[in-house]
Ligand binder design. Structure first.
Ligand SMILES: [Zn+2]
Length: 694
C-alpha cells in the first residue's frame, strides 16, 4: 500500500466506522455487530501505524461512544469516563506488560481480572447513600441523563445497603440477560418490531426509551465495576469491588481474580472462555488492570484510554477483509466453484485467506465484487464464509466477477446447468406457473435458492482438472503420503483445489475446519507438503504424466538435459540422439511441451513453490555407453540399488531388450527378458559377474 492508497483507505474506514458507530451507539441499530466494527478499527489502526502522518486526534476513532441524543438532558461527568484499549491475543498482552513495566520499573504488583460485560456503560451518582442521578457515558465527557430509566433496574439500589456520607459515583454496565433477550425478540417478532442482535443493543435501546415504563418492561440488570469517592480509602481496585458488593451491587465477584502474573491471567481467560456460552449475560472479554491504585495513577491515561487497564477480547467470529481476487476451481465432477482470495485476516483464532463462494448464485446474492470489503464469519470450527459486503467501502475500482465462458483449465466451453437437471435456457423454473426468471428472483424469499441454483460445468471428459487418477499419480510421485485419494477427492469437492499445483498453496487453516480433520492432521498434511516441495528433475518429469514417459525414461531425460528449461527447448534432433528414447517418446515429449495448457500448469507449479532440483549430468565411468537390462531378483541388493550403481558408473538402464542392449543382468526367476536376450544374442551376466564389474 502506498501513501495515496493508505490515505484513501483511511478516509473510507473512518467514514464507515463513523456510520457504524452512529448506527449502534445512537440509533441502536441491531444489525451491526461489534466484531465488524472492531475489525475495521483494527485495520485502521494498523494502517495508521505504518502511516502515522494521518493520525488525527479529532478523528472519530479517538472519541469515545456516541453523541448524546437530543431528547435527553445532557450531563457533564465529573471525571471523564474512559474507554479501554482492546487486545486480541496473549502476545498483545505480553507487549502491554512490557510497556507498563518500563514505566514502573522494579515495582511488584498484581493484576485484577474481571469479566467484561457486553452492555451499556453508565454512571450512577449517590448522595448520602441515595441514588440521585444516572447517565450514559456519551462521549466520555458529556452523557445523557437517564436517571428515571435507570431507577427501573432492580439491581441498581436506590439506597446503598451500607451507609456512605457524601457523594460517590458508581460505574458499571447496564445490560439484558440472554434469556430476557430471547423472550423480548420473540415478542417483538410477533408484533412485527425490530429484533435485537445482542444484549448490549437491547439494553441501549431500552434505556433510551423516553417513557420509563417501557424501559421497566425490559427487565435490565446492572453490574458495577468501578467506584469513585472523594476520599482515599482504597489501595486496590479489587477492594473497590468488595465495597461495591457491600453497597448492594452486583459485581462479577464469582468471575474475577487477583492474578500474580500474566500466566495466571491467561489461565483465567481460558477458564472463563469455557463457561462463556452458558453464562447468563453477554460478555466480550476480560478486563485486566494493575490492581494497585497508586500505580494506576503513575501509569495514567494516554489518549482516551488508561494505560493501566487492557480489555482482552475473545476471538471474534466475524471480521472484515478485502477480496483480492475471485478464482475459479474445477471440481471432480467438472463443476466450477468460485473461491474468494482475501487479504489474510484473523477470525475466531485462525488466519483466513480464502473461502469458497459455493456457486455463482451466492456471488449474485451477496453482490460481491473483486476489491470489496466484506464481512467474513467463522463460527466455531466450521469453514469460513462471506456474509456481507460493506458496499459503503467501495471506491469505484471494484470489478464485477464474471463466470468464465471456458473452463479455466482445459479452455473448453462451460455449460450452465440449473440444479434439478433443468437447463438455464429454459425460462420455466421447477414450478412452471409463475416461476420467477433466474437472476431476477434470487433475492425473492419465497423462492428457495435450492430450488433453482445455477451451476457451471466443464463438460470435457478429458479435462485434466477432472482427472483424479492423474492427481493421485502426481501426489504419489511427490511422495506426499498424507494425501490419499479420499482426501484429494475431498479437497476437490470443497473447492480447495483444482489441480495438483493448488496442493502446494494449501494452508493449515484451509484444512483444519473441514469435518474429520482438525488442527493436528491439518498441521501434519501441511508439514508433509512443505517437506516434499523439492523434487529431482527426473521425478518431476515422471510426475507430469507425459505419455510414454515412465520412471526410467524420465530419469534418462533428466540426466541428458540436466534442467527443465533445456528439455523444454529440446528439438526433435536433440531427443533422437538419446539412447533408449524411441520415436514415440520423442513425439510425445515434443507434443507435451508444445501444449500451452501444460506450460501454464508447470508455471503454476513453480509459482506455488515447487522446486525442481537439477539432475546430475550423465556420469562418466566404466559403464559409459553401455545399456543394461535387469530381470529377476538379485540376492545381494535390490534392483533399485543395482540400477543406481549402473547409473553412477555412467551406464544406462533400460526396460526392454533391444539391439542396443549391452548386458542383460539376470537374477533369480528371470522374466521374458532373458529369452529376448537369448534371441537377440545379447550378452547375459549373472549377479556375481555384475558384482565383479563394479
Ligand atoms: Zn475443463
Amino acid at each position: 500500500m502506498n501513501k495515496t492508497e493508505a490515505e484513501k483507505r483511511i478516509k473510507k474506514l473512518r467514514s464507515e466506522i463513523a456510520r457504524l458507530r452512529d448506527a449502534y451507539h445512537v440509533k441502536d441499530d441491531p444489525f451491526v455487530t461489534d466484531s465488524v466494527y472492531d475489525s475495521l478499527n483494527r485495520e485502521l489502526r494498523s494502517i495508521l501505524e505504518k502511516f502515522p502522518e494521518f493520525v488525527d486526534l479529532n478523528a472519530p476513532e479517538n472519541r469515545v461512544g456516541g453523541k448524546p441524543l437530543d431528547k435527553f438532558e445532557k450531563v457533564a461527568h465529573e471525571i471523564r469516563m474512559l474507554s479501554l484499549n482492546d487486545v486480541f491475543s496473549t502476545e498483545e498482552l505480553i507487549d502491554w506488560e512490557e510497556r507498563i513495566k518500563k514505566l514502573i520499573p522494579g515495582k511488584k504488583f498484581n493484576y485484577f481480572s474481571e469479566v467484561k460485560f457486553d452492555g451499556l456503560a453508565v454512571s450512577l451518582v449517590y448522595e448520602d447513600s441515595v441514588f440521585v442521578r444516572g447517565a450514559t457515558r456519551g462521549d466520555g465527557f458529556i452523557g445523557e441523563d437517564i436517571t428515571q430509566n435507570l431507577k427501573t433496574i432492580k439491581s441498581i439500589p436506590l439506597k446503598l445497603s451500607s451507609p456512605y456520607a457524601g457523594r460517590l459515583e458508581v460505574r458499571g454496565e447496564a445490560l439484558m440477560s440472554k434469556k430476557t433477550l430471547i423472550q423480548l425478540n420473540k415478542q417483538n417478532e410477533q408484533e412485527g418490531k425490530a429484533i435485537f442482535a445482542n444484549t448490549r443493543n437491547a439494553a441501549a435501546g431500552s434505556l433510551r426509551q423516553l417513557d420509563p415504563k417501557l424501559s421497566a418492561e425490559r427487565k435490565l440488570d446492572f453490574f458495577a465495576w468501578d467506584l469513585i469517592t472523594s476520599g482515599d480509602e482504597f489501595k486496590l481496585h479489587s477492594e473497590k469491588h468488595k465495597k461495591l458488593k457491600a453497597f448492594g451491587f452486583n459485581t462479577s465477584i464469582e468471575n474475577e481474580k487477583i492474578c500474580k502474573n500474566l500466566d495466571e491471567v491467561f489461565s483465567f481467560i481460558k477458564s472463563f472462555e469455557k463457561i462463556r456460552d452458558a453464562f447468563p449475560f453477554g460478555t466480550d472479554g476480560i478486563v485486566i488492570s494493575v490492581d494497585d491504585l497508586s500505580l494506576q495513577e503513575t501509569l495514567g491515561v494516554v489518549g482516551k484510554a488508561p494505560r493501566y487497564m487492557s480489555a482482552f477480547k475473545y476471538p471474534a467470529e466475524r471480521a472484515t477483509t478485502i477480496v483480492k481476487d475471485i478464482r475459479v476451481n474445477v471440481g471432480r465432477t467438472g463443476v466450477l466453484t468460485p473461491l474468494a482470495i482475501f487479504e489474510p485476516t484473523s477470525v475466531a483464532g485462525s488466519t483466513v485467506s480464502k473461502a469458497t463462494l459455493h456457486n455463482f448464485d451466492q456471488i449474485e446474492r451477496l453482490g460481491i465484487k473483486i476489491g470489496d470489503t466484506v464481512v467474513i464469519e467463522k463460527a466455531g470450527d466450521v469453514i469460513p464464509k462471506v456474509i456481507e459486503v460493506l458496499d459503503k467501502m467501495r471506491t469505484g475500482k471494484e470489478r464485477k466477477f464474471k463466470m468464465p465462458e471456458v473452463c479455466p483449465v482445459c479452455k473448453i466451453k462451460v455449460e450452465k446447468k440449473v440444479a434439478g437437471g433443468l437447463k438455464s435456457s429454459s425460462s420455466k423454473g421447477p414450478r412452471s406457473s409463475g416461476a420467477p426468471i433466474p437472476g431476477q428472483t434470487i433475492s425473492n424469499r419465497t423462492f428457495q435458492s435450492s430450488e433453482l441454483s445455477v451451476a457451471y460445468y466443464c463438460t470435457n471428459t478429458k479435462c485434466p482438472a477432472k482427472n483424479e487418477r492423474f492427481l493421485e499419480h502426481f501426489i504419489s510421485v511427490f511422495e506426499i503420503y498424507e494425501l490419499g485419494p479420499k482426501i484429494l477427492r475431498r479437497f476437490k469437492d470443497e473447492g480447495l483445489i483444482t489441480d495438483a499445483a493448488d496442493i502446494f498453496t494449501l494452508e493449515k487453516d484451509d484444512i483444519a475446519p473441514l469435518e474429520r480433520f482438525g488442527e493436528k492432521s491439518a498441521e501434519n498434511i501441511i508439514k508433509e507438503i512443505n517437506l516434499k516441495k523439492k523434487i529431482p528433475l527426473g521425478k518431476f518429469l515422471w510426475a507430469l504424466g507425459i505419455l510414454h514417459v515412465g520412471q526410467e525414461t524420465a530419469r534418462d531425460l533428466a540426466t541428458n538435459f540436466g534442467t527443465l528449461e533445456k528439455l523444454m527447448k529440446a528439438k526433435q534432433s536433440d531427443l533422437d540422439q538419446i539412447e533408449n528414447i524411441g520415436p514415440a517418446v520423442c513425439a510425445s515429449v515434443i507434443n507435451y511441451f508444445n501444449d500451452k495448457s501444460n506450460l501454464v500448469f508447470i508455471d503454476k507449479l513453480l509459482a506455488s513453490g515447487v522446486v525442481i532440483e537439477k539432475a546430475d549430468k550423465k556420469k562418466e565411468g566404466k559403464f559409459t555407453g553401455m545399456t543394461f537390462v535387469l530381470t529377476g531378483t538379485l540376492s545381494s541388493m535390490s534392483r533399485e540399488l543395482a540400477k543406481e550403481k549402473i547409473i553412477n558408473h555412467g551406464g544406462k538402464v533400460s526396460g526392454s531388450v533391444s539391439g542396443n542392449t549391452s548386458y542383460v543382468l539376470v537374477g533369480e526367476e528371470p522374466g521374458s527378458k532373458l529369452k529376448d536376450a537369448q534371441k537377440l544374442g545379447v550378452k547375459i551376466i549373472y549377479e556375481k559377474e555384475f558384482l565383479d564389474m563394479i
